[in-house]
Design a protein around this ligand. Structure first.
Ligand code: UTP
Length: 303
């Protein structure tokens, strides 16, 4: 079911990264196009935005990213061939992605970091709050996160990030938030942010995951943000400025997510996403589960 939110209608999906963790698969194919069961990972992300009422989607793309545009466009040849065969089921699946949302694209040119990718959205977004969904972060469709974040933005103003508690040893892989509790058990006030800290310097084990609802004030800050960690313009650095001075663009809150999330840009997590989502599919699940049970039993016996 889709929801509508006053003042928030635009989603930005940065998908211009190089995807080096998935080479050689991503040499000529964007990592966002890798299939999770039978849909490219990016389609789940667009469906999530639409499900939260954001049907105006701007994708930030780069070189080699043409397949992303083609996937959300019509494919008349294929549609005609399936129509001729009377294969309405597959025809529906082909049309689903092109009917999903109003898609826009902008190219980032050089991938100078996530902050730079978000800045490329400024002319399209204008002076409105907007959501950012990272193209390789897959939130299980049954665990709504973005809608809750949009609600918090509407109630509190400012910006909202998604947080997840991680093993302290993993915190160096993420942006990490210093937080204060609020009256809502799933909402915290973010007082500071640091990108990929050493575990000893980490302010908490709350990791920032790939969903944001941002106040447009972030664009002004990003324009002034120098390259940070890894020589890239970091979105986390701009959010740190917002968190440190509420007068710039309102407060920064965090929604603590306890649901299922997969980083489909990471090979092991990608495999976990496929197994889990395949198990839960009505059409494939029963047979796949039976096979998986047998496989696991055999593996256990050989230990
Ligand atoms: P990642 O940190 O996953 O980088 O980017 P990456 O290049 O995509 O992948 P690896 O680490 O080399 O395998 C996080 C998100 O930010 C986007 C990516 O597409 C991804 O969705 N991004 C990153 C950009 O759009 N532009 C950039 O310059 C950097």
């Amino acid at each position: 079911m889709t929801q509508s939110h006053i003042g928030l209608s635009k989603a930005v999906i940065p998908a211009a990264g190089l995807g080096t963790r998935f080479l050689p698969a991503t040499k000529a194919t964007p990592k966002e196009m890798l299939p999770v069961v039978d849909k490219p990972a990016i389609q789940y992300v667009v469906e999530e935005a639409v499900g939260a009422g954001l049907s105006d989607v701007l994708m930030i793309t780069g070189r080699n990213k043409r397949p992303l545009e083609d996937h959300f466009d019509r494919n008349y040849e294929l549609e005609e061939a399936l129509s001729r065969k009377g294969d309405t089921e597959r025809l529906g699946r082909v049309q689903e992605s092109s009917d999903l949302a109003t898609m826009h694209y902008v190219r980032q040119g050089d991938p100078r970091g996530l902050g730079h990718a978000v800045l490329c959205a400024a002319p399209h977004v204008g002076d409105e709050p907007f959501a950012v969904l990272l193209g390789d972060d897959l939130i299980d469709p049954r665990d709504p996160l973005l809608s809750r974040m949009v609600d918090i933005r509407e109630r509190e103003g400012g910006s909202v990030v998604a947080l997840m508690e991680v093993d302290p040893a993993q915190v160096h892989l993420y942006g990490c938030a210093a937080v204060e509790t609020t009256a809502d058990s799933d909402v915290v006030r973010v007082t500071g942010l640091v990108e990929k800290p050493d575990p000893a310097d980490a302010p908490s084990n709350y990791a920032v995951i790939g969903r944001y609802v941002l106040d447009p004030a972030v664009f002004g800050i990003l324009r002034e943000t120098p390259p940070g960690r890894g020589g890239e313009i970091q979105l986390t650095d701009a959010l740190q400025r917002l968190a440190a001075d509420e007068s710039v663009g309102g407060p920064v809150h965090g929604v603590v997510f306890k649901g299922r999330r997969y980083d489909t840009g990471d090979r092991a997590d990608y495999l976990r996403a496929i197994v889990r989502l395949a198990c839960e599919r009505e059409d494939l699940g029963p047979e796949f589960r039976t096979w998986l049970r047998r496989y696991v039993t055999e593996e256990m016996q050989s230990l």
